[in-house]
Ligand binder design. Structure first.
Ligand SMILES: Nc1ncnc2c1ncn2[C@@H]1O[C@H](COP(=O)(O)OP(=O)(O)OP(=O)(O)O)[C@@H](O)[C@H]1O
Length: 312
């Protein structure tokens, strides 16, 4: 057992090769206990492989570290017993009832007082009356709540979420994140792998991974500053034509449109200021603090699948 009271996870030099190809390269990371940590990056960039190594679910070819106080190389079973994993796909049995599904998972994790824990979970979910219903007949939002409850049934200290709200309606999505916030406040550490901005902005910390390398990581609110993005908010007439013109400007790294408003960002503040001064007139240009939304769009804009391009 390694003593690390502050961090739920602390790893250095994690490296993984598949068929001679390095898919995760020298990855270091600390995840504070109770944090919601988002992993962003293109398809195939190594997010899942990284997360699995950090949690002792996959053995790295190089590197070391601790997860929940246990060595990721030698104490994997102890870590696994304390991890809840919610995959993107509904992974419960559609032709078992809601109660049977919870009971099955509780049995798998050898949950003490299994029956009462299942009954309690059903009550917490508000599904006591529907305990005998087949899980496959639930709506998407309810399936997701059930899946979350199932992967929390053994009181894990670490929760892994893989694009958790893909395909779920906005209300269910908000409820889901409320639930995740409560778990995080209670000390559960949450790792989220996602491509979606509305999942990314729920995270306290963000790591951006491309081609198996961590390109940026830190407190979510500080990511725009780390990238060095400057942003202007532009409103006024002929926004669509302006958008096209701006995309051709060297000073402009990206133009994000929010209804009738353009957020124009660049990494060279002086060049962007000069452009704003030149363009001012029909449209109003106001400097604004770059936010995580802009940073997310900027980071993900190069998000062609990994290993398909020249940089692979
Ligand atoms: N068991 C495996 N054997 C061989 N190659 C693998 C294996 N697991 C992952 N890979 C490859 O490693 C690379 C990284 O995969 P990984 O699933 O970690 O990426 P990801 O960023 O999570 O992708 P996505 O966002 O699509 O889930 C990919 O090229 C993938 O094909």
């Amino acid at each position: 057992m390694t003593a690390d009271v502050e961090n739920a996870i602390s790893v250095t030099g994690l490296t993984k090769r598949f068929s001679g190809r390095t898919v995760v390269d020298d990855f270091d990371m600390q995840v504070p206990k109770g944090a919601i940590y988002g992993f962003l990056g293109p398809n195939g960039s190594g997010k899942t492989t990284t997360i699995r190594m950090m949690c002792g679910l996959l053995t790295p070819d190089a590197g070391q570290g601790a997860c929940l106080g246990y060595d990721i190389l030698t104490e994997q079973a102890k870590i696994k017993a304390r991890v809840g994993y919610m995959t993107q796909k509904f992974s419960l049995y559609e032709d078992l009832t809601i109660r049977e599904n919870l009971d099955f998972i509780a049995r798998m994790f050898a949950v003490p007082d299994r029956r009462s824990r299942v009954t309690e979970t059903l009550a917490d979910l508000g599904l006591t009356d529907r305990a005998g219903q087949l899980a496959g007949t639930l709506s998407g939002g309810w399936k997701q709540r059930l899946a979350l409850a199932a992967c929390m049934i053994h009181d894990p200290q670490l929760l892994l979420l893989d694009e958790p709200t893909a395909g779920v309606d906005p209300k269910a999505r908000r409820d889901f994140w409320d639930e995740i916030r409560k778990l995080s406040a209670a000390g559960v550490t949450v790792l989220v792998s996602t491509h979606y901005m509305d999942e990314a902005i729920q995270c306290d910390f963000i790591a951006y991974i491309a081609y198996g390398k961590k390109l940026i990581s830190g407190v979510a609110a500080e990511i725009p500053k780390m990238i060095g993005l400057s942003t202007y908010r532009v409103t006024g007439p002929d926004i669509t034509a302006l958008e096209t013109r701006l995309r051709a400007e060297d000073a402009v790294a990206q133009v994000a449109r929010f209804g009738a408003v353009l957020h124009v960002s660049g990494t060279d503040a002086a060049a962007l200021d000069a452009l704003a001064a030149r363009m001012k007139g029909p449209q109003k240009w106001e400097r604004k603090e770059a936010e995580l939304e802009e940073a997310f769009i900027y980071l993900m804009s190069g998000a062609a699948d990994n290993f398909s391009g020249a940089a692979a």
